[in-house]
Design a protein around this ligand. Structure first.
Ligand code: ADP
Ligand code: MG
Length: 357
């Protein structure tokens, strides 16, 4: 009851918007379930309303799945606002010729996703200049790259821990769905279109077609098939903490995050084709990263060797963390909170880096 009451009060005091309040700008993305545009407010609805500069907003016109995405974004804003892009408003827009559409509005966080940044030859140095005010005095090399990757991983796991502690599993964690917020100089998660809220049982669409096979954990479904797909709220609220313990559905996101860590460490695995090939190799090794390493290391390219070297720094704590995230059995994977407590994030250098932010 409290949750719904608070949600109601919160909505009363927040500005709401309608279709005519927005002018569309450049198209930012188009998927099977919606189109995303940069957008601006047409006129000042009130002097208290923020986001009045041109291009301050992002607008997604979504299909029927937009209803779930609005729910997830509302919940995130109340429970773990810093984990995801700032959500402004969501509503059902009926006047379109195409029939009902859901419109979702966020603050425009910045122009680059982690995917865009990872495509650059400069990665991870191009990120360093964005997350810290002054570049480190370390010479360019593995140590410095490792520190930047640590910072990105820490921000990512922090955001993910926020979602998971709220009871939300994202299910589509990938570099394309991680935006760099220029305002807070941190990475935030976007695209809750495939997310599941386990505390309240909003979980309609665990269809495999929604999952990106490049980043999906081998279990594919986050809950056992015995789980009702859209249980009514009171039943689900009573059941879900138990289900959470039994199935550890959050570990689905951890696997995907592990693959992102891998791609950051190994420049040769950043392309789609290389990732797909890696996935095939890992499957042949029964999802055992150590076995994969044994099979590729003897004839490794310099790219691969460099990745192993980076993860082997400081007694191999990076490799240890990676292997605790990318495991076949969900129950054997570390949690986001557990990963943040990993010695990989304990280092003095990291503290310096975060103080500089
Ligand atoms: P899709 O369902 O098309 O994947 P996303 O929510 O992932 O929709 O958004 C598509 C793209 O739009 C993202 O990859 C990103 O480039 C951009 N984008 C989405 N939200 C924001 C935001 N809040 N700020 C800046 N860019 C965004
Ligand atoms: Mg997306």
């Amino acid at each position: 009851f409290d949750m719904f009451f608070l949600a109601f009060v919160e909505r009363l005091f927040r500005p709401t918007f309608k279709k005519d309040d927005f002018v569309l700008g450049k198209k930012l993305g188009e998927g099977a379930f919606g189109v995303v545009y940069r957008a601006s407010l047409t006129k000042k609805p009130s002097s208290k309303v923020p986001y009045q500069k041109e291009g301050d907003l992002v607008l997604k016109k979504a299909t029927e799945y937009g209803a779930v995405e609005i729910w997830m974004n509302e919940r995130v804003r109340r429970a773990c606002a810093n984990s995801c892009a700032d959500f402004v408003h969501g509503f059902l827009e009926n006047s379109s010729k195409k029939g009902a559409e859901y419109w979702l509005i966020w603050r425009y966080e910045g122009e680059a996703t982690l995917y865009d940044l990872m495509q650059s030859k400069e990665f991870p140095y191009n990120v360093e200049t964005m997350i810290v005010k002054e570049v480190q005095d370390l010479p360019r090399g593995l140590e410095r790259e490792n520190r930047i990757i640590q910072t990105i991983m820490r921000q990512l796991l922090f955001a993910l821990d926020g979602l998971h502690s709220t009871g939300i599993v994202h299910r589509d964690i990938k570099p394309q769905n991680i935006i760099f917020s220029e305002g807070s100089r941190t990475f935030k998660i976007i695209d809750l279109g495939a997310a599941a809220d386990l505390r309240v049982g909003i979980n309609y669409i665990p269809k495999e077609f929604l999952l990106d096979p490049r980043y999906a954990a081998p279990e594919q479904y986050i809950m056992s098939t015995q789980t009702p797909s859209a249980p009514s709220a009171p039943v689900a609220t009573a059941l879900s903490p138990v289900l959470w313990q039994m199935n550890l559905p959050d570990r689905f996101d951890i696997y995907s995050t592990g693959l992102i860590f891998l791609q950051m460490a190994f420049s040769g695995l950043r392309s789609d084709s290389a990732l797909i090939q890696f996935n095939r190799q890992l499957k042949r090794c029964d999802y055992d990263l150590n076995a994969w390493r044994k099979s590729v290391e003897p004839r490794a390219s310099s790219d691969l060797r460099k990745g192993f070297e980076l993860l082997d720094l400081d007694g191999g704590i990076g490799w240890e963390l990676l292997t605790s995230m990318v495991r076949y059995k969900a129950g054997q994977r570390i949690s986001a909170k557990g990963a943040l407590a990993n010695p990989y994030f304990d280092r003095e250098g990291l503290l310096v880096l975060s103080l500089m932010q």
